[in-house]
Design a binder for this molecule. Structure first.
Ligand SMILES: NC(=O)c1ccc[n+]([C@@H]2O[C@H](COP(=O)([O-])OP(=O)(O)OC[C@H]3O[C@@H](n4cnc5c(N)ncnc54)[C@H](OP(=O)(O)O)[C@@H]3O)[C@@H](O)[C@H]2O)c1
Length: 208
């Protein structure tokens, strides 16, 4: 069992929160709009609690479920409250037209988040390649992760497995750039006729 705090109370917060509770984890929801966060916690049920914006999250794993434009700003606002936490950046930095990345090509939102977080925080990119309905509808689907700390990725893997999905370690945090690009690839595939029920996955030719 993992203890999860979710920062954000939108669609992905709701999907991850519901799966987390179903998987036997504890869930805290925090949002800049406390009434909205409390409403999501009530809707989720299962003992979900509401946290205080900017205060140390109760969960060991903190899912950053906000829009990419606000990710760094939110992490800066939390500051030391995120010390020693595993922070999971799920954001997709799509350009306004949705055909390119809105971060420079030598970095990623996850890297910018890591630069803004306390040194003891372990930032992992994950979940960004799963459309919300795909994530919510059950697995196993591949959840790609990129991060520098092996133990933190191991702990996130336990959580991902509890959701009924399959953790896939892609390497260190520099791979987050490519995971953000992978979501663009999925958008292209979805729009070109495959639809939004798809997700990228690893095929090992039966040797999984
Ligand atoms: N939806 C998907 O299929 C999907 C799939 C993979 C990854 N993602 C990524 O997941 C993240 C969340 O997506 P979503 O679909 O859940 O979006 P959403 O429903 O629009 O929710 C966004 C959340 O971010 C909060 N937020 C926005 N600006 C903020 C700011 N300046 N400071 C603090 N909080 C702020 C919102 O708070 P308020 O309610 O107060 O506005 C809301 O709780 C995005 O980065 C997206 O790229 C989405």
């Amino acid at each position: 069992m993992s203890s999860i705090s979710i920062i954000g109370s939108g669609n992905m917060a709701s999907a991850i929160g519901a799966l987390a509770l179903a998987g036997g984890n504890t869930v805290e929801v925090t949002g800049r709009n406390s009434a909205k966060a409390a409403s999501l916690a009530r809707t989720l049920g299962g003992g979900a609690t509401t946290g205080t914006w900017g205060a140390p999250p109760t969960g060991d794993i903190v899912v950053l479920a906000v829009l990419f434009e606000s990710a760094v700003e939110v992490v800066r606002a939390y500051g030391e409250a995120l010390a020693n936490k595993i922070v999971v950046d799920i954001t997709n930095p799509f350009s306004p037209a949705g055909v390119g990345l809105a971060v420079p090509h030598d970095t990623s939102v996850a890297q910018l988040v890591a630069d803004a977080a306390p040194e003891s925080t372990h930032v992992i990119k994950a979940f960004n390649t799963l459309f919300r309905d795909v994530l919510a509808s059950g697995g196993p689907r591949d959840v790609f992760m990129a991060g520098d700390d092996a133990e933190a990725k191991e702990r996130l893997s336990v959580f991902v497995t509890s959701l009924g999905h399959r953790p896939r370690d892609t390497g260190d945090l520099s791979m987050a750039h490519w995971l953000e690009g992978a979501s663009l690839l999925e958008m292209g595939l979805a729009r070109s006729g495959l639809g939004f029920g798809l997700s990228l996955g690893v095929s090992l030719g039966g040797a999984e």
